[in-house]
Design a protein around this ligand. Structure first.
Ligand code: ARG
Ligand code: GLU
Length: 722
């Protein structure tokens, strides 16, 4: 009986397992395009050759795509080092130059001459020089009999050796990263530039239009772009900021097309997607859907409701908390969309079906049964242990470190250690005190104790109620006994007695600081709370979490290897890991729900329709309204309309923000900046019907630079074609 069942399943597995992955899904390795994707892309309309996209022998599109900072993408749009990225990627830099007198966030910034371009210490841009498959070298000396720990150490040693030798006598950097859960390894040689200057940014009412209300959503009219320039030394090499530096001459800069896009047009996105988890088992998806996301959503929801009430009550509070609010809101909203999408896809069951096919394949052969027979059961067991620790970690991360005073107080730990270190000299202590005084200034500039107190009460209560007592921080017992579990009472005590509630108290404490004063920090009630929360995490949670996650990692490595054996003709792509990838697809509308069709593009008309001068997210600058009224769009309009954004089926994720979006000729047609809400589960499971990336139409970007800002000198640098 079992055998009939098994062969039936096997039959279906062969029928059902696609020989290639679903059209449009995938974030592909640029050096493997010829092997894996060219025939597919060409049949979809691509006019380029693989070596036009990635080559180490001649300049190619890859030389015009950079990692911007640590988590976005940007592209070269002139041969004088001009780069284009998102407004939300440049946000930190724009904000750092902003003050009440020169509020560039609010009013925008345009360097009308080169000397006005502003440097951004700490910001870097990374070029990929080349990549190489180094799997064999990294796995040299590794065998299946090794323990995981021995294996890890041996691999780390190999990696260090290869990285070092690969950049000898150059100014390049080298990094080896695992792919396919550690089944393959690739080496990346990069060149990092550190003199990056701000050139232009639209006002927030354009660059952030729609704000958090429209975030992760379509239809969208956000003009999400900002412009920077890479500077180099006289030899065109990376150099730290200097007045003598000159605009960098890139190997390649992009040609910009203002022809526009139509439905079904081929598009590709070239950039640095951060992380995806397509190989999760049903147990992993279940943990995310039922534990991680719901806890994260409910804790953040609480925090956001407190913050938004307070922010609406005063302008100062609004400024103080705007950036923090956006940070918390972004993934709160993403998790909601992700869970809805996974549910609609019936993702857990889809994974279960895949797993039963896998099991049938394994059991149909004794050799395989020996190798893989226990795999899924071990996954299940490990996840059932992991779930509680994951829960506990989420509470720690959201309700522990997510309370400002807790995180801030814990930071003072470094001062205590310095005082206790017998090697510390008085001048070391003095230095660190100055550092603390400086950081207090920055911290309290954006801090409001009454707001934090509300967050404190609400989140700690949820932390207390949500977790099994065995995983509670010690101090929860004190709150139970001494304060009868009344968190408001406890908060009164903390916020009255702690020095970590105002800059004055902190400065007063620092002004008379002696080495022995460290004990005052230890006795501070906010520090005691923080130390209980952090130590509970470090002692009780993190060690288990590390062991179990390592176990999942090694199981995943074997699982992915087995999946590849099971479907030798299937085209696999590795999960995103912040390395350069190419996604391709086509411009397409979609149906988010029964009876609704979303068109593939938006226009300035939609922005004007959304305008509401009383709602921050929907203000439209006067100048833009005039341009709209006069239809003064220059050469950037299409049939009298100013297009703003479009959607397509490219598989993207966080980190793809700012990525160039190309047409079939490899010309720049836009900048990627988001995904649609119904498709945010693509990090776990891609659905060609619901997953759309959102691209800012390059014509709108050019229109804003040219007509709105009048920064003609920038347009003149670019290579624009019809
Ligand atoms: N959702 C986009 C991206 O992840 C844009 C984020 C901009 N931030 C915001 N809170 N609106 O990350
Ligand atoms: N906005 C995201 C980013 O900052 C891209 C959106 C996505 O996750 O697809 O990278």
């Amino acid at each position: 009986m079992k055998n009939i069942f098994t062969s039936l399943l096997l039959f279906f597995s062969i029928i059902l397992t696609p020989s290639i992955s679903k059209a449009d899904e995938g974030m592909w390795i640029p050096m493997l395009l010829e092997q894996l994707n060219m025939s597919d892309m060409t049949s979809m309309g691509l006019k380029l050759k693989a070596e036009d996209i990635y080559s180490i022998n001649k300049s190619s599109l890859k030389d015009a795509v950079v990692l911007f900072g640590g988590g976005c993408t940007a592209e070269l749009i002139s041969n004088k080092g001009l780069i284009l990225t998102n407004h939300h990627c440049g946000f930190g830099s724009i904000q750092s130059h902003s003050s009440v007198e020169n509020n560039y966030l609010k009013n925008g910034f345009w360097a009308m001459q080169q000397s006005d371009e502003m440097s951004n210490p700490g910001l870097s841009v990374t070029f990929l020089v080349r990549m190489e498959d180094v799997t064999t070298k990294v796995l040299e000396g590794i065998n299946d009999k090794m323990t995981e720990a021995t294996r890890e150490t041996a691999i780390a040693k190999n990696i260090e050796k290869i990285e070092k030798s690969s950049i000898k006598d150059t100014h390049y950097k080298a990094k080896i990263k695992p792919f396919f859960c550690g089944n393959e390894y690739y080496l990346f040689i990069t060149e990092v530039f550190t003199d990056i200057r701000l050139v232009g940014a639209p006002p927030e009412d354009i660059g952030k239009f729609g704000g958090d209300t429209d975030n992760w959503m379509w239809p969208r009219q956000t003009g999400d772009f900002s412009i920077f320039r890479i500077y180099a030394n006289k030899n065109n090499e990376p150099a730290d900021y200097s007045i003598d530096n000159v605009p960098y001459t890139p190997k390649k800069s992009l040609t910009i097309s203002i022809k526009g896009v139509k439905k079904n047009d081929f598009t590709m996105v070239y950039g640095f997607p951060g992380s995806t988890e397509q190989f999760l088992t049903s147990y992993g998806v279940k943990m995310i859907m039922e534990t991680e996301n719901p806890i994260g959503i409910s804790l953040r929801e609480k925090k956001l409701s407190i913050l938004s009430t307070d922010m609406a009550s005063s302008d100062l509070l609004h400024i103080q908390y705007a950036d923090k609010y956006a940070g918390v809101a972004n993934y709160w909203k993403k998790w909601i969309g992700e869970n809805k999408g996974l549910k609609k896809l019936d993702a857990i069951n889809k994974k279960r079906i895949q797993e039963s096919l896998f099991t049938a394949w394994v059991e149909s052969n004794p050799e395989r049964t020996k190798k893989y027979g226990e795999l899924l059961k071990t996954f299940e067991k490990t996840y059932s242990k992991l779930t509680n620790y994951t829960l506990s970690w989420r509470y720690f991360a959201e309700a522990g470190t997510g309370v400002e005073i807790v995180k801030y107080a814990w930071g003072w730990n470094t001062l205590i250690s310095k005082c206790l270190d017998p090697n510390s000299k008085p001048e070391d202590i003095q230095k660190i005190i100055e550092k603390f005084s400086k950081s207090a200034k920055n911290y309290f500039k954006n801090y409001n104790a009454p707001t934090d107190k509300k967050v404190f009460i609400a989140l700690l209560k949820m932390y207390y109620n949500g977790l099994n007592k065995t995983l509670h921080p010690e101090i929860f017992k004190t709150i139970e006994t001494k304060y009868k579990g009344d968190f408001s009472l406890y908060a009164d005590f903390i916020f009255e007695k702690s020095i970590f509630t105002s800059e004055e108290k902190v400065n007063k404490f620092l002004a008379s600081f002696k080495t022995s004063s460290f004990s005052k920090i230890e006795k501070d009630p906010a520090f005691q709370l923080a130390s209980s929360i952090y130590n509970n995490y470090y002692d009780k949670v993190m060690p288990q979490l590390t062991i179990l996650n390592d176990e999942i990692d090694s199981l995943s490595r074997i699982y992915v290897k087995a999946l590849k054996e099971m479907s030798p003709n299937k085209r696999f792509y590795p999960d995103a890991n912040l390395t350069l990838r190419l996604a391709y697809g086509k411009v397409a509308d979609y149906q988010p729900m029964d009876g609704v069709n979303y068109d593939y593009f938006t226009t300035l008309d939609g922005m004007i329709q959304k305008e509401d001068p009383n709602v921050d997210d929907y203000k439209v600058p006067q100048k833009l309204k005039e341009l709209y009224k006069n239809k003064d769009y220059g050469r950037y309009a299409e049939n009298g309309k100013m297009h703003i954004a479009f959607i397509a089926t490219n598989h993207t994720t966080g980190g793809n923000s700012g990525s160039p979006v190309f047409n079939a000729e490899g010309q720049l047609i836009g900048t990627n900046f988001d995904r649609v809400w119904e498709g945010t589960m693509s990090d776990i499971m891609y659905d060609p019907n619901q997953c759309r990336n959102i691209t800012l139409d390059i014509r709108y970007t050019l229109f804003i630079i040219d007509k709105f800002a009048g920064a003609k000198r920038l347009i003149d640098e670019m290579d624009i074609v019809n």
